[in-house]
Write a protein that binds this ligand. Structure first.
Ligand SMILES: Cc1cc2nc3c(=O)[nH]c(=O)nc-3n(C[C@H](O)[C@H](O)[C@H](O)COP(=O)(O)OP(=O)(O)OC[C@H]3O[C@@H](n4cnc5c(N)ncnc54)[C@H](O)[C@@H]3O)c2cc1C
Length: 515
């Protein structure tokens, strides 16, 4: 059994900033990362940048852009919160305290760039690998602080709640309350009870439940699955943003190809190598993100093609290598030279606009449980996310959440008597796990992907419910592994997205019903 003041589950930008801020207040923090080594967070994959404030900019103008992208479904209060606190916290934490090496102009000012649907240049960045620069600085910081116990290769299995786990029968009558989590130590193959006065879920995205995704391994929505099982309110799960272009190389992880490529003139080509986008939108390859993603998807179905092409090879080689150094390198590693040939592309699941419902400080509907970052639904993104606002949202809610928790420092907390973990003994058949993942990913891609209908969603529900039943019964008897754990989280996440999409018959933002 272990105990800390705060248990932070997930070590991307949101989890690390929360842990750092709490440690500054003298609290004892345990910070979990599912990755045994290195950094496998979505945060480190971010290429474009973080929205800040431009020269002719104002919080009102920034808020207007976010509200417009969100298609009328954003929480105006949450958006106001983001634009009021965001730039201040970015400056305070990332620029001044951490000294992240954001690109600067010749005169030493922050270099501000433009992105689709922003009214002005307001994005700060580090080359084309902003997330990596931020995460390197953040991880160094959290690893250096003595009151943060950074536990890599530790995966949260389930939240401990008074109503689900207490041996005191009458604890059932408490309001829904979290007291920590069961945590699997991948190296020792053991599950420990980790008690905490406050627990923060910061487990990131959901992309890995789809066949094609820009997200890294471990983006199975595990925080969502745990919160759902504990009885938390989950919302807006149908709003999954798909990125139009990811590099498609069979048996390799998809890799996001920035929209800046099309901004610089790259052209989308059909499977047969012909321009096709003008058949779908007058702006051709420069059509808005959602329309481009859906057009590529439709064209792939029309041609029966596994992927289409994106071509920028007509630009000068030196210019391309200087403008897109990371993209150039990654494509080259995967066997493609973007200065000489078109790149194979598919759309890919990218970002979850919905999640665990939270207030302005990240409080969930369960006491002593907070959620921040992509796993949370703050209301900022509504039905569609404005580019480069999610890192910012992670920073703002992490800081606000840490402040709310610090103010509770002196309160006393009840820890219920709970049962220790009983490990099953049945060995896992990897073939079953692999086949279950194939079924989940294919089902989500084909029936719950860019275009949805009653018929497709009905089929998806039947397949996923049957799979969930199989996985749950297997899980109860099995010897635990990280693969099995993530499969159990993943099937729950897939069902939450599908149920949301099934219930909502109206197309809005990135939820598209063709019926
Ligand atoms: C390719 C790509 C490019 C992007 N570009 C941008 C951009 O330019 N600008 C922008 O604002 N946003 C961008 N985004 C979105 C943004 O990166 C994410 O929304 C954001 O980083 C999420 O941060 P987070 O802290 O919530 O989660 P993450 O950074 O994903 O961190 C989650 C952490 O939780 C851990 N974890 C998961 N489950 C468990 C568990 N059960 N137990 C323990 N640990 C667990 C994971 O290992 C990981 O460390 C991009 C995303 C991708 C994928």
């Amino acid at each position: 059994m272990q105990q800390s003041d705060v248990l932070v589950i997930g070590s991307g930008i949101a989890g690390c900033i929360a842990a750092w801020e709490l440690a500054k207040q003298g609290l004892q923090v345990a910070l979990l990362s599912a990755q045994p080594k290195g950094d496998g967070s979505n945060s480190s994959f971010a290429q474009g940048g973080v929205a800040y404030l431009g020269e002719q900019d104002s919080p009102d103008l920034f808020a207007r852009d976010i509200l417009e992208a969100g298609a009328g479904l954003c929480s105006p209060k949450a958006v106001q919160h983001l634009v009021d606190f965001g730039p201040r916290y970015l400056k305070e934490l990332l620029i001044d305290e951490l000294g992240v090496d954001f690109d600067r102009t010749h005169s030493g000012d922050l270099s501000l760039t433009m992105e689709a649907a922003h009214s002005c240049c307001r994005i700060i960045h580090h080359k084309d690998c902003t997330g990596k620069a931020i995460m390197q600085a953040l991880l160094k910081k959290v690893e250096s602080l003595p009151n943060i116990d950074f536990k890599r290769g530790h995966i949260a299995v389930d939240l401990i709640t008074l109503s689900h786990h207490s041996k005191n029968l009458t604890d059932l009558y408490y309001p829904s309350t979290c007291a920590g989590a069961y945590v699997f130590d991948e190296l020792r193959k053991e599950v420990a009870i980790h008690f905490a006065k406050q627990t923060i879920l910061a487990t990131g995205g959901i992309g890995e439940v789809f066949l094609h995704t820009t997200n890294p391994k471990n983006a199975y929505g595990s925080g969502l699955a745990m919160a759902y099982r504990a009885g938390a309110r989950i919302m807006n799960m149908e709003y999954v943003q798909f990125h139009p272009t990811s590099l498609y190389v069979p048996n390799q992880k998809r890799f996001l190809l920035s929209e800046a490529l099309r901004g610089e003139g790259a052209e989308l080509l059909s499977w047969e190598g012909k321009p096709f986008m003008h058949a779908y939108h007058p702006s051709g390859s420069l059509a808005p993100r959602d329309i481009t993603a859906k057009s590529i998807y439709k064209q792939m179905i029309y041609e029966g093609a596994p992927h289409l092409w994106l071509d920028i090879s007509f630009k000068p080689r030196e210019w391309l290598q200087g403008r897109f150094p990371t993209l150039y390198e990654r494509c080259f590693e995967m066997g493609y030279d973007l200065t000489r040939e078109p790149l194979p592309i598919v759309p890919a699941a990218h970002y979850a606009c919905g999640g665990i419902a939270v207030d302005g400080e990240g409080r969930t509907s369960i006491q002593r449980l907070f959620a921040i970052g992509e796993v949370a639904c703050t209301g900022v993104h509504g039905a569609n996310r404005l580019a480069s606002t999610s890192l910012l949202e992670g920073v703002v809610w992490a800081k606000r959440c840490a402040e709310a928790i610090s103010s509770l420092k002196k309160e006393s907390y009840y820890f219920p008597p709970v049962e220790g973990w009983v490990m099953g003994s049945k060995k896992i058949d990897s073939a079953l796990i692999q086949q279950d993942w194939t079924s989940i990913k294919q089902t989500m891609w084909n029936y719950v992907g860019l275009e949805r209908s009653h018929e497709r969603l009905m089929r998806a529900l039947r397949i996923l419910q049957e799979l969930k039943w199989q996985i749950d019964s297997f899980y109860e008897k099995a010897e635990l592994t990280s693969e099995l754990l993530m499969l159990r989280h993943g099937i729950q996440t897939a069902l939450l997205i599908t149920e949301g999409a099934f219930r909502n018959k109206k197309s809005l933002g990135c939820h598209s019903r063709v019926d």
